[in-house]
Design a protein around this ligand. Structure first.
Ligand code: AP5
Length: 214
């Protein structure tokens, strides 16, 4: 099953993708994680991407389409996967349909994580991530047992460079201008389902599971 998780920054796409991956085994394909890993490895692609990410802008379509086109060919994607943060523009959505058609596959469902901007700034500015295992926390809503330390692997937690308030506001503006129209693209294919992303994480997961199984 190929799922697309669509929604503004901080709406909970990554949190829920990890939970569904743990339960169903479909890998989480996060273009944000792939780009951050390229930055951490100091690759040419990473250096190019960093200048866009640090100011809250989208990385050029050709770069992220190339990353996904390569990743979907991996053997672990055969039974399905979850796209988290891709596609983010109409050209990316069209490129995805084309690359999947070549593999005789298609998107099964796009889930829109629906939440007002007013809730997102505090979510994102409070987010802390483990650089080692990728586990995610929030300083108030989902704090680790020991401040600054990952419960799962004991490594240190960090705040993402783009989770500073001025960059968060830019990312939200970019979402509304360039990514929100992707919902209409999937709606016209009758593949769009909406989810109330304001709810607590366990309730969001429950709704997600019922969408996937219906
Ligand atoms: P990316 O890494 O994809 O970031 P994003 O889409 O901005 O999404 P986030 O990871 O910030 O949020 P999320 O929805 O996953 O929320 P999360 O679960 O973490 O992209 C970063 C950058 O990379 C982009 O700005 C762009 O430059 C570039 N990029 C990536 N993909 C691209 C593409 N396709 N094209 C071009 N450029 C691309 O949760 C957030 C916080 O809220 C956490 O602290 C969590 O604990 C908490 N939380 C989660 N759920 C709940 C809940 N239900 N209630 C309360 N708190 C919750």
């Amino acid at each position: 099953m190929i799922l697309v998780f669509l929604g503004p920054p901080g709406s909970g796409k990554g949190t829920q993708a990890k939970k569904v991956t743990a339960e169903r085994g479909w890998p989480q394909l996060s273009t944000g994680d792939m780009l951050r890993s390229a930055i951490a490895n100091g690759t040419k692609l990473g250096l190019e991407a960093k200048s866009f990410m640090d100011r809250g802008a989208l990385v050029p379509d050709a770069v992220v389409i190339g990353l996904i086109a390569e990743r979907v060919l991996s053997p672990d994607c055969k039974a399905g996967f979850i796209l988290d943060g891709f596609p983010r523009t109409i050209p990316q959505a069209e490129a995805l349909d084309l690359m999947l058609a070549e593999l005789s596959q298609k998107v099964f469902m796009t889930v829109l994580f629906d939440i007002p901007d007013s809730e997102l700034v505090s979510r994102l500015s409070g987010r802390r991530t483990c650089l080692k295992c990728g586990a995610m926390y929030h300083v108030v809503a989902a704090s680790p047992k020991v401040e600054g330390i990952c419960d799962a692997c004991g490594a240190g937690l960090v705040q993402r460079d783009d989770d500073k308030e001025d960059v968060i506001l830019k990312r939200l503006a970019v979402y509304h201008a360039q990514t929100a129209p992707v919902a209409g693209y999937y709606d016209s294919q009758r593949k769009l389902r909406k989810l109330d992303a304001r709810l607590p994480q366990t309730e969001v997961l429950g709704h997600l599971k019922s969408l996937i199984s219906n």
